[in-house]
Design a protein around this ligand. Structure first.
Ligand SMILES: [Fe+2]
Ligand SMILES: [Fe+2]
Length: 193
């Protein structure tokens, strides 16, 4: 598999958690009960699967290679992607902190959870679209077959060494669990994809 295909496949998993986070935030905003722990689990997924693993591959490997090949970092597409990763981290931190306050009974924190969650969902959806439609096709054009194979090997090392065996599967399982929890809580009121 090409390195950009691996990253795109990860985008599809991240999008599933974005859909669930949006659904949870909209329910909380409408006054329906949503456990704060659900947002904490989403934050865990975004911190580890989306940021440490996926953004790790982009920032430490793909983007570095693109800059080496002449794609400008500052003021160029790589710089924009890096800045968006940072903005995303701030949203996840704030969402998680507000979810913890909500869990201790501070009802007013619900609004902050909703705002940060929806802000993050919108940011990351647009970010993923830019990578899929602009940056990755550019990478496919300028990286040689050999460079792509090297990147793919380096990606495999991130999986086994940085993340640890089985971690990917655990985060796939987490998407499933959050979906089940939302479905169970929705009862007759609604449905979750
Ligand atoms: Fe990214
Ligand atoms: Fe990405």
């Amino acid at each position: 598999m090409k390195p950009t295909e691996t990253l795109k496949a990860e985008h599809r998993v991240i999008e599933q958690m974005l859909d669930l986070t949006e659904e949870a935030a909209r329910r909380l905003a409408a006054g329906h009960p949503v456990t704060p722990a659900l947002f904490e689990r989403a934050a865990d997924f975004f911190r580890n699967f989306a940021d440490r693993c996926h953004h790790g591959k982009e920032e430490a490997l793909l983007f570095v290679k693109l800059v080496e090949k002449g794609v400008p970092q500052d003021g160029g597409p790589v710089g924009v992607m890096l800045a968006e990763h940072d903005t995303g981290r701030a949203h996840v931190r704030a969402m998680s902190a507000a979810a913890r306050r909500l869990a201790t009974g501070e009802a007013a924190a619900a609004r902050e959870v909703v705002e940060q969650a929806l802000g993050f969902v919108a940011l990351l959806r647009a970010h993923i679209q830019k990578e899929d439609q602009v940056l990755f096709p550019l990478a496919d054009r300028i990286l040689t077959t050999g460079e792509q194979a090297e990147l793919e090997q380096a990606f495999d090392l991130v999986e086994t060494e940085d993340m640890g065996e089985g971690e990917h599967e655990r985060y796939h399982g987490m998407v499933h669990d959050v979906r089940q929890e939302l479905r169970a809580a929705a009862g007759w009121r609604g449905f979750v994809r």
